[in-house]
Ligand binder design. Structure first.
Ligand SMILES: [Zn+2]
Length: 151
């Protein structure tokens, strides 16, 4: 692909779009919507194994009110078999964009549901009669999460 081809491709992608206006509108809509309930705590990123090329597991600690529970759910995103990304070779740019977005959203939903399911299962087994708390309702923010430090 030459520089002219890339310029033409860029013009076609943004011909009928105003990306800045789209971004600002998305931010306004996100700020206006009430937050969805969230039971997933901020993750922790334990040090990776010596010699490992990529990051290790991501740890989500139990959120039982009062703390003190040592249980944690660990997710290794590099070990998960997510299957291949599938691209429509003969599709338009919009179809390609839609296919990639749908697969990314599906994968994100599967990861979120896996973490939520593990937390609910743990609460049912170890903290009977309690539900994982909605962290938005109890005021835990992304910045204030106890596991917000990166390695
Ligand atoms: Zn627990």
């Amino acid at each position: 692909m030459s520089a002219d081809d890339l310029d033409e491709l860029t013009r076609r992608i943004f011909a009928d779009r105003d990306p800045v206006a789209e971004l600002l509108e998305a931010r306004r809509a996100a700020a206006a919507a009430p937050p969805e309930p969230c039971i997933i705590p901020m993750p922790e990123f334990p040090p990776r194994r010596p010699g490992a090329l990529f990051g290790g597991p991501i740890r989500y600690r139990c959120t039982v009110p009062g703390g003190g529970c040592p249980w944690a759910y660990e997710l290794d995103p590099y070990a998960a078999d997510l299957g291949p990304l599938v691209f429509p070779l003969s599709g338009s740019l919009e179809e390609l964009d839609r296919a990639i977005t749908e697969q990314a959203e599906r994968r994100g939903r599967e990861v979120r549901e896996g973490i939520e399911g593990a937390l609910r299962e743990h609460f049912a087994r170890e903290h009977p009669g309690q539900e994982p708390p909605d962290l938005h309702a109890v005021g835990e923010s992304a910045a204030a999460g106890r596991g917000a430090r990166l390695p």
